[in-house]
Design a binder for this molecule. Sequence first.
Ligand code: SF4
Length: 465
Amino acid sequence: MYEGDYPREECGIFGIFDHSEASHLTYLGLYALQHRGQESAGIVTCDEGEPKSHRGMGLVADAFTPNTLRALSGYSAIGHVRYSTTGSSLLKNAQPFLAQRQKSFMAVAHNGNLVNARLLKEKLESQGSIFQSTMDSEIFVHLIARSKKPGYLDKTIQALSHVRGAYSLILLTENGLIGARDPHGFRPLCLGRLKGSFVLASETCALDLVQARYINDIQPGEVVMIDKHGLHSEKPFSRLKPSFCIFEYIYFARPDSNIFGQSVYLVRKKLGARLAEEAPAEADFVMPIPDSGNYAALGFAERTGLPFEMGMIRNHYVGRTFIQPSQSVRDFGVKIKLNPVKDLLRGKRVVVIEDSIVRGTTSRTRIRALRDAGVKEVHMRVSCPPHRFPCHYGIDFPTREELIGSSRSVEEIRKFIGLDSLAYLSLEGMVGAMPQPRKSFCLACYNGKYPVPVSPETDKFTLEG
Ligand code: SF4
């Protein structure tokens, strides 16, 4: 299966409490979050204390039918779209993960990655827990189930005190919804209001689609309980330095979303403008690698005064993956997605704006396609610094050896891709384009400084009941 040469999306989560159309609105919310995960989708609803669940492989549109949605009755619901970063690509690993015991139940939708998952799992198994999936998200369920604290909120807080890493989380129980964000706030999670109902979602684009009003972001380390008494918020953990994932702004989040307090579209344009200041180029026009490079290219064009053109057209009807016969025709897969506009490109000097270069193989094929179309000069500008380190907080980059930025110089990458010139945005330039101070962001995949230690040996812990 060809999957391109981009970091893979992680997960999107959505939840709604107290709405007669809970499952349909969750379905729409997942539609809006489809870019965050295309491998599986699921919804769990609560109908008079009883859970109803449906999970399926593929896109949201493939995973549900009108009948499956109709069967998901109830006034509260949570949903999840997934690209696996841990656990293999199987239906049993699709979320929300649902567990039932006597007359109570708990369903969890998780976006992120726990760095102490293996240790926690070993410990829980040694104490009798039986895991049904290979997802680290199931750990939350076991930790909550074994807590002796009264009430789901306190049980959840106790469970969260054991986990390390990245989580934005929505839980559904027979009593209501719980939303939580890890103390570093790696992944986004926002709260909205739809008339009398509360909505939680990974990104504001999901609130927009269901016509919910944005209220605020769930803060790093905040846990909220939404039930028939309304919304109750707690900040039970010691305050830590925020580590918002900067790559959400650069690549993952939808440009029509606001995350971490700023419009993704506007941040991407600013990244492009910074790139133009740091690394201008003599050219006839600026063109993006669509779609994710579009907004930085607009900012680059605006700052340099060069015309903006769409030199490559994306085929929007190609699925994320498709079957190809062998590795030797991998390039063919790249061409299926993007096709150069030959009459526009012939004899021209172009600046191509990319948002990231992972292995470099896809970029090389695209530049070859531009050369075949008769381009005279190709200058590539990348709207972030080279990726040198893997992510342990929920983004599926290749291994360090496969990341071209970790083993080759910019000049070597330029030669490998076949460019006339190549420049990346500096770390200072990238952070300078952000709405928050530098210290608020995780930059680990660029500088190797991991805000949460990733070595299991550094994470000694004991499980309390
Ligand atoms: S390592 Fe990179 S991709 Fe991962 S959370 Fe940090 S900034 Fe985001």
